[in-house]
Structures are given as C-alpha cells and as structure tokens.
Design a protein around this ligand. Structure first.
Ligand SMILES: NC(=O)c1ccc[n+]([C@@H]2O[C@H](COP(=O)([O-])OP(=O)(O)OC[C@H]3O[C@@H](n4cnc5c(N)ncnc54)[C@H](O)[C@@H]3O)[C@@H](O)[C@H]2O)c1
Length: 421
C-alpha cells in the first residue's frame, strides 16, 4: 500500500519506517524542515534504538516532504502529530485540527476512497466530533462513505519503539465503516498479536485507560516505596513478591522518582480534565499526579539530610532524559529537580549520554559535563535521575549519592540513599 504519515516525531517516524520495512511505500509529511531534510538524507531526526538501521535498509521506500499534496498519491494517511496539554491540563488539539484541515483540503481534489487514521492520542470523542467535521468541511465529502476514518492508538515505548512496532501486545482499531475496517485489517495482517476491533470512541478510551493504569501502578509503587523507606524494608523485594501474582504482573513497579515523558503525565491530566468537564471527580487519577509531582522532590529532602544548605554547593545530576535509551526530556523528573536546586542556590553540573542537547534548551544556565565520572568527581553530592546502563560503570567512592533509580554500583558511595529503599 501507499501510506502517508503526517507528523514525523517518535510515533510517526517509527510507524512509517516499520511500514516501509513491511514493504509499503511511505511518504512522511511534517512542517519541520530539519526533520524533512534529516529523513531524506537517511538520518533519524530523533534518537531511537534501531531506527537508523531501519532507515538505511529501507532507503528508496520512503521520502519526506512539507507538501501535503503528496498524500493524494497514497491510500492511507496516519495522523501522528503531537497532542500536548493546555495550561489547564486539557488536551491541546491545535496540531490535530491543522493536520485534519490540510488533509481535508487535499482530499477535495481526490476522487478515490482514502482512509484517514488518527494515531495521535486523542480524548474520547475527538475523532468523530473534531477531526471528522473538519475533514468533511474542507473536502466537501462525507466520512464513512467518501473517505474512511479510524482511530488506531499507539502503544510503543520510546527507547524500544522499533521492537514494539514489530512485536505489539495488541493492535486496537476503532472503526465505523466496513471498507476502512477491511483496509486496516489487511494492513495489519502480518501481525500475529491479538487485534481488537471496536468503535472509534472505545479505541480512544482504551489508550487513555491503559496509560492511566500504568501511571497508577507507578505512583502506587512509589507510595508503597515511601512507606517502605521509613520501615527499613526493600521495596524492590516487596514488588518482586507482589508481581509474581499473575493477576498483578511485575511490570511498572520500579519505585523511584516517578514518571515523565511525552505521554503518561499529559494523558492522565487530559483524562482528569475531560472527567471534570463531564461532572466526574476522578480522585484516583488526581492522586496519581499528586504523588508523581512530590516524588522527585523527595531526592532534595534526602540530600538535605546530608548537606543542610545547598547555597553555593555543586550538585551533580546523572541523567536528564525522562528514561534511559531516549533523548526525550519532556516532563523529565530532572526538570523539577534542577529547578529546585537552582532555587536553593546550588550550582548544577549534569550529564546524560543523549539528552543534554534537548535539556540545555530548557536549562542553558547549568553546566554540562563530558562524562558521568566528571559529574561525580566535581560535585559535592550526586543525584541519579535516569537509570542509564553506563551509570553502573562509574566510580562513586567517597561521594554522597542520592539514587532515584536503583543503580547498584552507587551503593559503594560514602553516603548512599535510595529514594524509596
Ligand atoms: N512518544 C511516545 O512514546 C508516544 C507513544 C504512544 C502515543 N503517542 C502519541 O502520539 C502522538 C505523537 O507523539 P510524538 O511523541 O511522536 O510527538 P512529537 O512531538 O515527537 O512529533 C509530532 C510531530 O508532528 C509534527 N507536526 C505538528 N503539526 C503538524 C502538522 N499540522 N502537519 C504535519 N506535521 C505536524 C511536528 O513537527 C512533530 O515532528 C501524540 O498524540 C502522543 O501522545 C506518543
């Protein structure tokens, strides 16, 4: 098939390159010149394991452009633009609206049936109440008759996105018309995982309920971890025992300093905002966010047990990405930590194998080191914020280390404090 991908971020790029590998012809559309140039020269505009190799091996099967017109030549368009939060936490649909209207304008000029698939995470109701009327207005056509419309949520994990594309736990397809359903069933036929076909609104909600549950597991683990710390119990042993229950599952129980990234925080907030708009009071979801906001600052409280005034002290930060194996710093727990340290008058020196460039756009005023060891050697105390594997190779001897992510080697420090253990 000929596939167009609108929005070449983490989701769009990986989805498009995955489909290219499966033999489809892929056209990427984005507004960002830097991304278009990078893709056309075979270089990934983001860091993601395995993506560069995928781009190399499938050269010739994809191209990138700023011109929406080229989606006319394709059979399916996936909308993969960002859906960030507004100030009040509700979903910001600016990019989705503009992608829908550009797509609609192109469809006006196309006679054949075309399928539009929303892959961006959107609050239940968005595809049929926002995207559909925009495309219909711009194209002068009728959805589910002249063009297909579907919602196909994405569950990939950054850092393992390529692996997840080819080995998903499940594929969820929200559809209304038979023709679109057939097109998507054919597209996804090489995947042998369970496939769930639902109506569009249900598919939208499956994505939010999944992310809300994962976020809840993390905040729950952190709350238990905080209690364990006071009781002198190792919370990792506890969750090993808990996770062995097949009804529970061991994933997402790594107690620490909470979740960040481009999905969990914003999706939980968007669901809270939608629930409130509907007159519901989502108590659990609110508590999940509250625990998550307090959790990183516990590192500073622990640090102050050992250095009471941070004024003029050099504090090292190991890890800036919201998790290892990505350069993404969106909602990274390093952000509130660095903000608080600067407020307390500390000097901050930081290192991350991939995310320093992105982080320096938010905090140009802190110092960035060439290696993790340099951070340790030059600091009065070190905070471990992201669990990069290479942090297991460093020498922590003689230092005060507050560990938010359970790096075993750091236990050799002069003073070692785990945030929940
Ligand atoms: N990143 C993840 O791990 C992940 C996982 C599952 C779902 N999602 C969801 O997928 C969506 C995309 O996430 P992402 O992380 O890939 O976002 P991203 O910010 O990395 O990429 C979005 C891209 O869309 C482009 N864009 C914006 N408006 C455009 C327009 N009108 N036309 C063409 N391009 C446009 C931007 O330039 C950018 O390159 C979001 O809704 C997100 O919640 C993300």
């Amino acid at each position: 098939m000929k596939i167009s991908i609108v929005g070449c971020g983490y989701v769009g790029l990986v989805t498009g390159m995955g489909f290219a590998k499966l033999g489809h012809e892929v056209t990427f559309v984005d507004l960002d010149d830097r991304k278009i140039e990078a893709i056309n020269s075979g270089k990934p505009p983001i860091f993601e394991k395995g993506i560069e190799e995928l781009m190399e091996k499938n050269a010739g099967k994809y191209k990138a452009t700023k011109n929406y017109e080229s989606i006319k030549e394709t059979d399916i368009t996936f909308i993969c633009v960002g859906t960030p939060s507004k100030e009040d936490g509700s979903i910001d649909l600016t990019f989705v609206r503009s992608a829908a209207s550009e797509t609609g304008r192109v469809l006006k000029e196309k006679d054949e049936f075309h399928v539009v698939v929303v892959k961006s995470t959107v609050i239940p109701g968005t595809t049929e109440e926002v995207v559909k009327p925009i495309i219909e207005k711009e194209s002068g056509k009728e959805a589910f008759r002249d063009f297909g419309l579907a919602l196909n949520p994405e569950f990939l994990r950054e850092g393992k996105a390529v692996e997840d594309f080819f080995n998903p736990d499940r594929i969820v397809i929200g559809v209304k018309d038979e023709r679109t359903r057939e097109v998507l069933e054919e597209l996804y036929s090489p995947f042998k995982c369970p496939k769930l076909i639902t109506d569009i609104k249900t598919a939208e909600m499956i994505k939010y309920a999944s992310n809300a549950f994962l976020a809840t597991k993390i905040s729950f683990a952190n709350e238990i971890g905080n209690i364990c710390k006071k009781l002198g119990i190792d919370v990792y042993e506890v969750f090993k025992g808990v996770g062995l229950d097949h009804r529970i599952n061991p994933a997402f129980f790594r107690a620490g300093i909470g979740f960040g990234g481009s999905c969990l925080p914003k999706d939980v907030r968007a669901l809270i905002a939608k629930a409130e708009e509907l007159g519901e009071e989502p108590k659990i979801l609110k508590a999940v966010i509250e625990v998550n906001e307090r959790q990183p600052l516990r590192m500073i409280e622990l640090l102050k047990r050992h250095i009471s005034s941070l004024e003029g002290k050099t504090i090292g930060i190991l890890g800036l990405a919201f998790k290892p194996d990505t350069d993404d710093v969106r909602e990274s727990r390093a952000i509130p930590i660095v903000k608080k340290l600067l407020k307390e008058g500390a000097k901050v020196i930081a290192y991350d194998p991939k995310a320093m460039n992105n982080f320096s756009k938010i905090f140009p005023q802190i110092e960035y080191a060439g290696t993790g060891q340099e951070v340790i050697d030059r600091s009065d105390a070190v905070l471990i914020v992201t669990e990069w594997e290479e942090f297991e190779e460093l020498n922590y001897r003689g230092k005060i280390v507050i560990d938010g992510r359970r790096i075993k080697k750091a236990r050799e420090a002069l003073v070692y404090e785990g945030v929940c253990w």
